[in-house]
Design a protein around this ligand. Structure first.
Ligand code: FAD
Length: 417
């Protein structure tokens, strides 16, 4: 009989690799089981191929940006924080740069380099990786509570049983399933009695009722706007930044973060302030100055300095001012309507785009069933969790990878063999 591994880490994404690296660093004999032919497949497409590794923010901001499970993450972040993530990559020879909003990227701007670095550390530590290995079941002991004695997996088309002393489950969520994350981990966790908070898309584009308007503006990116998402008049999310129109609604960093709060069953309103840097009075002064510059023009031809060209028609329509009215004849009341339209451009999101297209999965392993200090299951004593499989998710800005690295480190640091 083969000597059991101290731990089998199921899933070779950022969480699984970090867990394996930390555990092997403790001198333990671990195996990574990965269903793909390479490690970190999703990691390679993160941040539009640039990989927003983490965020250079303070501890409180870090917690606040983990919109679900921030409190749960407290101990894990104390053990391995965003600062530790940066140090880890820098100390392994990958310089990083900080961009707008504290977003940290590799200086090379290549997600590929991040995945390769982790893979290289795995190789340097001589951690065996079983590729094309899809774990399907746990073999359980008869103890009460029962422990995992090994895993059954299809390896390159053949069923194999691999004995182990503990398991770290790091199979990710259900988004971008072609990368390997298809929710297998939920089935495995259920086998030992865990409950799953229903997975749903988060950080995803939103479909809007104003489909024709959005489609006409598809690809138009708005920088430096502020956005408020409301439901029944209550503000659910508010921030400043960048968004983009799609063929069926809206997307971009601001919208992705706001999407966390859209469950698809209620009535939402998204209020976009196109000129957040100007008060209504300052904006009116600015409009007056443009109107006097273009005093002989029709209203529709007098907004070129104020707005992107493609947005003008929509704004003119919403303002109620006739497009062909001469600007010299625009009344104060009409100008106020224009100011309102610019300061409160609304769209009506009604549904997130499909989970396949979401950046991250909300929902997952119920947090009350996991010890936040160690990532150990409270149901099965030699099972640990790491990464997106947990019911933890954050906003855009590098927070989801920070969760993956931090929980991966914690599980690897605490897993008993
Ligand atoms: C397009 C895109 C861009 C993103 N950009 C960013 C970003 O810039 N910054 C950020 O912070 N976050 C980003 N994210 C989110 C981030 O990538 C994830 O939160 C993170 O990858 C989760 O890590 P994980 O290790 O938990 O899971 P995953 O990365 O999903 O890894 C899970 C691994 O488990 C393997 N696996 C699954 N089931 C089995 C099984 N049965 N047996 C064996 N192996 C299995 C999978 O093949 C996979 O390799 C992005 C996500 C997407 C989709």
């Amino acid at each position: 009989m083969t000597e059991p591994y101290d731990a089998i880490i199921i899933g070779g994404g950022p969480a699984g690799m970090m867990a394996a690296i930390e555990m092997a660093g403790r001198g333990l004999h671990v195996l990574i089981a990965e269903r793909n032919k390479l490690l970190g497949r999703k990691l390679r497409i993160t941040g539009k191929g640039r990989c927003n590794i983490t965020n250079n923010c303070d501890f409180d901001t870090l917690i606040q940006n983990v919109c679900q499970g921030g409190k749960f993450m407290y101990s894990s972040f104390r053990r391995f924080s965003n600062v530790d993530v940066i140090d880890f990559f820098e100390n392994h020879g990958l310089p990083t740069v900080v961009e707008r909003g504290g977003r940290v990227f590799p200086a090379s701007q290549k997600a590929y380099d991040v995945a390769e670095l982790l893979g290289n550390v795995v190789r340097a530590l001589k951690i065996p990786v079983l590729y094309e290995c899809r774990v399907q079941h746990f073999t359980l002991t008869e103890d009460a509570p029962s422990r995992i004695a090994g895993v059954s997996a299809i390896v390159c088309g053949k069923m194999r049983k691999i004995p182990c002393k503990s398991v770290i489950l790091a199979t990710g969520g259900i988004t971008y399933p072609l990368t390997g994350s298809t929710g297998d981990g939920y089935t495995l966790a259920k086998q030992v009695g865990h409950t799953i908070v229903t997975p749903r898309p988060s950080l995803v584009a939103l479909k809007c009722r104003e489909k024709a308007l959005c489609a006409s503006l598809e690809g138009l990116s708005l920088k430096n706007v502020s956005l408020r998402l409301k439901r029944a008049g209550k503000c659910l999310y508010e921030d400043f930044g960048e968004m983009v129109f799609t063929d069926s609604g809206v997307s971009g960093p601001l919208v992705l973060s706001a999407s966390r709060h859209v469950t698809g069953t209620e009535e939402y309103k998204m209020h976009i302030d196109l000129k957040p840097g100007l008060t209504p009075q300052q904006l009116d002064t600015r409009i007056l100055s443009d109107f006097s510059k273009y005093e002989k023009r029709d209203f529709i031809n007098a907004l070129d300095d104020l707005l992107p060209k493609r947005l003008i028609e929509g704004i003119v329509q919403r303002s109620g001012i006739p497009a062909r009215q001469k600007v010299s004849g625009v009344t104060r009341e009409q100008r106020m309507k224009l100011v309102d339209t610019l300061k409160d451009f609304t769209v009506t999101p009604f549904e997130p785009a499909s989970v396949d297209q979401a950046i991250v999965t909300a929902g997952g392993i119920t947090l009350s069933e996991v010890d936040p200090k160690t990532m150990r299951s409270k149901i099965c004593p030699n099972l640990y969790f790491a990464g997106e499989i947990l019911d933890v998710d954050g906003y855009t800005g590098g927070f989801n990878l920070t969760v993956a690295f931090s929980t991966g480190y914690t599980a690897g640091n605490c897993a008993e063999a």
